[in-house]
Design a protein around this ligand. Structure first.
Ligand code: PBG
Ligand code: ZN
Length: 328
């Protein structure tokens, strides 16, 4: 009979030794909580496509940010739904729109919160595209000026960091220059460096009414088949001045996260997107999974792949579970 010499099970024998040899950890410091702001006051409505997430007016965004702060979450990312759309998405850089209003309110009322904003145009353009459109073509260079205005308006409202999610070429360089010229040299840029044209964004597009009105986003977001190209996108964004980078979505792209971790030393963030979240919620509701363990296991896998930070709709609940000592 074969008797094993190596016995890895010795280091799994009880909870204490497992804690001692654990290689990766989820911490509340890792989480960035997305908040969806809408016009109005005292609005707090559950989003149908994202159970457990809410459309909130600026005052209620403050309440959510406060809740996050009380749980120890260091940052929120603000997404907006404007009162009007036009060809070039001018409501995106309008100081009186929900994002700018919410950023000002959160900075004032919840000083101990790091405020990040999503910089894009698709919620704000009639076309639902992330840039300027001419004859059915999403024009790169003409979009840079528009996106830069958005970044500067978020900085003016008090954003600590802007996160451009449009995937136009050169936008990081353009935004860095625009921010610096406007005096916002201390506002950081975390670029969605590798954002894939993914079906996992479906529930988000329902939530913010940003589905493209013609075609799709494949001419600017990345082909899901490409990991090497993601390295090029990361290199370019870092050369142009990005302070941190995002890989998005998370779970289906953990190989890209690992490759990015090995390539660069800058802070690396993953976006645990709406489709990933919604699938878990639906499966949990159907009684098919142990929700808490599955969510913590998934978030931990992002850390193991090499991520430093996780943008996740699970942030509040996961922070509570970590506080309670729940383990995956
Ligand atoms: C807008 C944007 C999208 C997401 C974040 N910013 C959607 C898209 O590109 O269509 C997706 C977030 C999610 O699915 O949770 N550019
Ligand atoms: Zn967009």
């Amino acid at each position: 009979m074969y008797i094993p010499y190596d016995r890895p099970r010795r280091l799994r024998a009880d909870r204490n030794i497992r804690r001692m040899v654990r290689e990766n950890h989820l911490r509340v410091d890792d989480f960035i909580y997305p908040i969806f702001v809408v016009p109005g006051t005292n609005v707090r409505e559950e989003i149908a496509s994202l159970p457990g997430q809410f459309h909130v007016s600026a005052d209620q965004a403050v309440a959510l940010a406060r809740e996050a702060a009380e749980l120890g979450i260091p940052a929120v990312e603000v997404f907006g739904i404007p009162t009007y759309k036009d060809a070039d998405g001018s409501s995106a850089w309008d100081a009186e729109q929900p994002v700018q209003e919410a950023v000002r309110a959160i900075r004032k009322e919840v000083p101990d919160m790091y405020v990040i904003t999503d910089v894009c145009l698709c919620q704000y353009t009639m076309t639902g595209h992330c840039g300027h459109v001419e004859d059915g073509v999403i024009c790169n260079d003409a979009s840079l000026e528009l996106l830069s205005r958005v970044a500067v308006s978020h900085a003016a409202a008090g954003a600590h960091m802007v996160a451009p999610s449009d995937m136009m070429d050169g936008r990081i360089g353009a935004m860095r220059e625009a921010l610096d010229e406007a005096g916002y040299t201390d506002v950081a840029i975390m670029s969605y460096a590798a954002k894939f044209a993914s079906a996992y964004y479906g529930p988000f597009r329902d939530a913010v009414h940003s589905a493209p009105q013609f075609g799709d986003r494949k001419t600017y977001q990345m082909d899901p088949a490409n990991a090497r190209e993601a390295m090029k996108e990361i290199d370019l964004d870092l050369e142009e001045g990005a302070d941190a980078i995002i890989i998005k979505p998370a779970l289906a792209y953990l190989d890209v996260v690992r490759a990015a971790r090995e390539r660069t030393d800058v802070p690396l963030c993953v976006y645990n997107v709406s489709g990933e979240y919604a699938m878990v919620k639906v499966a949990a509701k159907a009684g098919l999974i142990d929700e808490r363990r599955l969510i913590l296991e998934s978030l931990l896998s992002m850390k193991r792949a090499g991520a430093d930070l996780i943008i996740t709709y699970h942030a509040l609940e996961a922070a509570r579970w970590l506080r309670e000592g729940v383990e995956p």
